[in-house]
Design a protein around this ligand. Structure first.
Ligand code: ZN
Length: 132
């Protein structure tokens, strides 16, 4: 099963995975060019979402919004490893997305990109891509 590592560089950031995932879909053809692409991160403080990245401010707004509703430093888990907010954000956004494949290509809308959400970096994050 294809997977790759992303090295994040900040505590919180959004990393656009779209080009990388499209390459994997091209290399690992599904039957009749149809199917499902499942993207998953095996981490408790990172997430996968689909959003616009043409205007990078969309991603900045998204992180700022999450910070507003889930502020740092006020959670019980902070006493363990000081990342309570990151766990809540990751759980809310979720570790995965499904995208249908047609004619060998992801059926993403023109403004949609596949994003890794880092909530407790910098770290190495594994991204798993399953094609069916
Ligand atoms: Zn923790």
């Amino acid at each position: 099963m294809p997977s790759f590592i992303i090295k994040t560089t900040r505590r919180e950031e959004i990393v656009d995975l779209t080009t990388k995932i499209k390459e994997i879909v091209k290399k690992n053809k599904t039957k009749k060019g149809k199917g499902i692409c499942y993207i998953y991160v095996p981490h408790a403080t990172a997430a996968i979402t689909i959003n616009e990245n043409y205007d990078e401010k969309v991603c900045i707004d998204f992180l700022n919004f999450l910070d507003k509703i889930i502020p740092q430093g006020k959670w019980l888990h902070d006493k363990v490893d000081n990342n309570g907010a990151a766990h809540i954000k990751a759980a809310l956004i979720g570790p995965s997305e499904f995208i249908p494949i047609k004619d060998g290509e992801l059926m993403l809308g023109i403004w949609q990109g596949i994003m890794l959400c880092e909530f407790d970096g910098p770290r190495e994050r594994r991204v798993i891509v399953s094609l069916r």
